[in-house]
Design a protein around this ligand. Structure first.
Ligand code: GRF
Length: 219
């Protein structure tokens, strides 16, 4: 079985990257992580990737004159590495429509909310300020608009009395680490198709969701 050659783009600690790398350590997993790229020198995830034997590259956006030049370098690096699929995992640069088009339906992202609610930053603070009872995370195909695109997998996570942004973030992150490898598996195995910007999963009766029990973690 040919495994889908996948790059992970990070800007920070890389815990979602680690979850993907761990999943792909299984030779039966349908994606292979061939490269980790960071736009931030010293991003914590770089050491974690190197420790797992994954080739890493730093492309510091501050060294480029504008987004297009940065993205051209990124695209060249990915193409040279034979990358077929991109996973954004805490990658904190907005990508231009031109780059998104180049990787259309071959680039996915994880966001720590139940999209389309709570796009953008400070997600958990805003969730708490609104008093919603459930939040979660979403893995979706990337489209030019920020945190938008066909949804592959979501997990619902309860907001509990007494939560602060840190405790909620930690609970959601546990779900993220389950959702992302699951979503990449579905895509890499060819089980997803997009019709009218809705993802259907072969063999699934409906949308793919993961429910989270606050007492026993992700189920
Ligand atoms: C995650 O919460 C992810 O959903 C968001 O940024 C955070 C990255 O964390 N996009 P990590 O670097 O994967 O640990």
């Amino acid at each position: 079985m040919a495994r889908l050659k996948t790059a992970i783009l990070i800007s920070g600690r890389g815990s979602n990257m680690q979850a993907l790398v761990d999943a792909a350590a299984d030779p039966d997993y349908p994606a292979e992580i061939v490269r980790v790229v960071a736009n931030v020198p010293g991003a914590g995830g770089l050491d974690r990737a190197a420790a797992a034997g994954i080739a890493t590259t730093v492309i510091d956006h501050r060294n480029f004159d504008g987004r297009a030049a940065f993205e051209d370098a990124l695209h060249a690096e990915l193409t040279e590495a034979g990358v077929e699929m991109i996973c954004l995992a805490g990658f904190m640069r907005l990508l231009t429509a031109a780059f998104v088009e180049r990787w259309l339906d071959r680039m996915i992202n994880i966001h720590p909310s139940l999209l389309p609610s709570f796009k953008g930053l400070q997600t958990h603070e805003r969730v708490l300020a609104e008093g919603v009872r459930f939040t979660g995370c979403t893995v979706h195909f990337v489209r030019p608009a920020m945190d938008a695109g066909p949804i592959i997998v979501q997990a619902a996570v309860p907001v509990l009395p007494g939560d602060d942004a840190d405790s909620l973030s930690a609970r959601v992150l546990t779900a993220e680490h389950r959702c992302y490898p699951h979503a990449l598996r579905l895509v890499a195995a060819g089980q997803t198709s997009i019709v009218d910007e809705i993802v259907t999963v072969a063999g699934a009766a409906g949308p793919t969701g993961i429910a989270v029990n606050p007492d026993d973690g992700v189920s």
